[in-house]
Ligand binder design. Structure first.
Ligand code: FAD
Length: 493
């Protein structure tokens, strides 16, 4: 066996410095050569190292073969070997939502929980120099003034409430963070953010096609900026970036079809802001047992289901317990848990959604923000008697939102705040649910998403008590494990 480190990503500034020092003028400093080399592996009997060297020497040929193999033969996964990192700054929170929908990319973002906001925001180009520009600016400035006022009040409140904690190491920063995270509910989705993004060429090409079809000009502008950065460097792996007719026309086509259905389409009054479990795998505990039996070669899946049905409740419980035994909170539960699926419907604030969307091993279908779903008021705002000013921000926000909806509908959501809500259809399997609950029903989790996580946990415990037996936040993991396995775990059996 031989393992060779064939490449790794390093800071672009270092690459430029190295090129300068070496007087390097060749155009083979591109991840395309790796894609080209790996693309040839399936047909070229030479050693991979040799194939790679050839690709480095003949960049033009490497590019041509990428085009033939990736785009001609449809062997698109080859483009995944070329990886790019981007610093993205001066972008709105609304745009960030669109970008972070892409599940095969990686993101790390400025947190509004840990950083005091400095009032920077974007004015969408659509409304610049229009009659609504001033209303928009005035609103955002008002939101930002109230943010600072709320932050001040909340800081005093949390410092008094947690006077012992602030004396501990790092305690003051944590408590300040709680004030920041609640004050930010009044700031808008136009607020600036910044994040680091890592994506491979295949994902990037997909993103560019979709971004170029976006109704939001900020997203289209971002597409051009990303394209300018990567196209000259890697033309053969980022090639088809124009939106397809399918992408540009679908929404309008489906929308007009739905309009024709008239009163067949039911519009329910949604007056409850709770979490619902809309669907789940039938007989989930039996399906999990059958899937565990399957991993142990106990017949085909149909016979595994029959065998699982033969087991008593105690036997099923013991089987699942044996699968969970010795697990630490960082251990992923076994893959058999993926055979149990849940579909939840949630009503979440923008602040909650900002965190929810980061869970990539799930399917999330989101509705547009809907002001009829009202808004989320952090309990600390109520406890500090700051609800009137908070409500005043919401009232002014919704007024500007209504104006934008009539005049520049693609920009209406920029005015909305982190407190405004939308519905999300969230599908995930029990394995991802374990991971989600571990992070989000934890003492370090933000309270809003923690409430959602707790409701999801409760609903899954009702639907699938055995599958859910060890669901817990990291902070409750030890007590949960002790409850199931007792204090002295015998790891051998
Ligand atoms: C308390 C807390 C504070 C946070 N603070 C910040 C912050 O300041 N800034 C910020 O940007 N984010 C922050 N996050 C978000 C966090 O970094 C994760 O993005 C988010 O929790 C989703 O978790 P995940 O990536 O593990 O899960 P998922 O995306 O749901 O993925 C599930 C699992 O699949 C695997 N996986 C998924 N994608 C990949 C991949 N591309 N490569 C390798 N493995 C993969 C991993 O095992 C992962 O755990 C915070 C989260 C928490 C809980």
């Amino acid at each position: 066996m031989n393992v060779v480190l064939a490449g790794y990503n390093i800071d672009a500034d270092i690459i430029e410095e190295l090129k300068k020092k070496a007087g390097w003028e060749k155009d083979n400093v591109t991840p395309e050569t790796l894609s080209a080399a790996y693309a040839r592996i399936s047909r070229d009997p030479s050693d991979i190292g040799e194939i790679r060297k050839k690709a480095q020497k003949e960049t033009d040929k490497a590019r041509k073969s990428n085009e033939t193999i990736i785009f001609g033969l449809g062997h698109a996964s080859v483009a995944e070997h070329a990886v790019f990192n981007f610093d993205i700054t001066g972008i709105s929170r609304l745009a960030v939502e669109e970008i972070q929908k892409y599940r095969l990319a990686s993101f790390t973002e400025k947190s509004q929980r840990y950083i005091t906001l400095d009032g920077d925001f974007i004015i969408p180009s659509e409304i610049r120099n229009s009659p609504v520009e001033n209303d928009f600016k005035n609103l955002i400035e008002f939101q930002n003034i109230v943010y600072l006022k709320l932050y001040d009040g909340l800081k005093k409140y949390f410092f008094a409430k947690f006077s012992e904690k602030i004396k501990t190491k790092g305690g003051k920063t944590v408590v300040e963070g709680w004030a920041k995270e609640d004050a930010r509910y009044v700031v808008s989705l136009a607020t600036h953010s910044q994040f680091g993004m890592t994506a491979n060429a295949r994902t990037l090409e997909h993103m560019l096609r979709r971004f170029r079809a976006s109704k939001i000009s900020e997203i289209r502008e971002l597409a051009e900026k990303i394209y300018m950065e990567v196209h000259a460097l890697s033309p053969s792996v980022i090639k088809y970036t124009e939106p397809s007719v399918y992408d540009t026309h679908r929404e309008v086509l489906v929308g007009s079809k739905i309009k024709n259905y008239g009163d067949k389409i039911i519009k329910p009054e949604w007056d409850q802001v709770d979490t619902k479990l809309r669907q789940h795998t039938k007989n989930p505990d039996t399906v999990l047992c059958a899937s565990i039996l399957y991993t142990h070669n106990e017949g085909d899946f149909e016979s595994c289901i029959k065998s699982a049905n033969n087991l008593t409740k105690k036997m099923k419980k013991d089987l699942i317990k044996s699968s969970l035994k010795n697990r630490e909170c960082w251990d992923r539960v076994e893959r058999a848990f993926e055979m149990v699926e849940y579909v939840y419907e949630l009503v979440v604030s923008a602040s909650n959604y900002a965190q929810l969307k980061r869970h990539r091993m799930s399917t999330q279908i989101v509705q547009d923000y809907d002001i009829s779903l009202k808004y989320t008021v952090p309990p600390s705002i109520i406890e500090t008697g700051q609800t009137p000013i908070f409500s005043e921000v919401m009232k002014r926000t919704e007024h500007v939102y209504d104006t934008l909806k009539k005049t520049y509908p693609s920009c209406k959501n920029y005015a909305l705040t982190n407190a405004h809500r939308r519905k999300v259809l969230l599908k995930l399997n029990a394995r991802e649910l374990y991971h989600f609950i571990s992070l989000r029903d934890d003492e370090h989790a933000q309270w809003d998403i923690r409430e959602t996580a707790r409701s999801m946990k409760k609903l899954s415990e009702e639907a699938a008590p055995l599958t859910s037996m060890m669901l817990s936040g990291k902070s409750d993991f030890s007590s949960c494990r002790d409850k199931i396995f007792g204090m002295n775990i015998d790891t051998a059996t």
